[in-house]
Write a protein that binds this ligand. Sequence first.
Ligand code: PEP
Length: 251
Amino acid sequence: MRKPFIAGNWKMNTNSATAVALASGLVKELDSVDTVDVSVCPPFVYLQSVAAALSASNIALGAQDVFYESNGAFTGEISCEMLKDCSCSYVILGHSERRHIIGETDELINKKVKAAISGGLLPIFCVGELLEERDAGKTMEVVESQIRKGLDGLCKERVQAVTIAYEPVWAIGTGRTATPQQAQEVHAMIRGLLETLFDKNVAQAMRIQYGGSAKPSNTAELMVQPDVDGLLVGGASLKVADFSQMVKTVA
Ligand code: PEP
């Protein structure tokens, strides 16, 4: 049985005061929840203050990206060791905003996924198609290719550190959520692919989150789908009431 996993991606939002207030509010609301894994991913610069606000809670800390080298002349980058030093457990990799705005490639994301696992972090590895790719009937092909390339070179043991987040790009931050059936269809394909690439036990053990305008009102219908194991939440994770309601709905 896969434990549900809800993660909040704060993106480039909050400041030093509101980040701590958001984390502290979630600790108060969610402290008794232990049937759902919960994580929040603030901007790098607030990781340490949010870590302090989360200490002694069940809420894990995650980052929004990491570089694949461990130290050296890589101006502006952050290593796995640095994230571990700031108490991070998770790291979001391959988010569509990094693929499509920053220009990250499947090859770069694959290096980051491997480095994160070697560095003791748990990657939340994002995949998802653009609207024109869905309209052209290419959703499965695009997502399959992203997964094959992103997980390339991983063995059965190491890949189990990964949570996959299926995030149709047309649903991210747009208010337009995939229907539960659209989500389930892609999640089932992903699980089948994991079985082909690894084995049945690995495919059954790995968690696949849905992301894309998830909110309190659509949490239940998405989460009852058999292959939807959690949510990666953007906008709704910035409000204590919304994010905690989503976690409680799942719990
Ligand atoms: C995300 O940032 O991963 C995301 C899914 O955003 P939103 O929930 O705002 O669509």
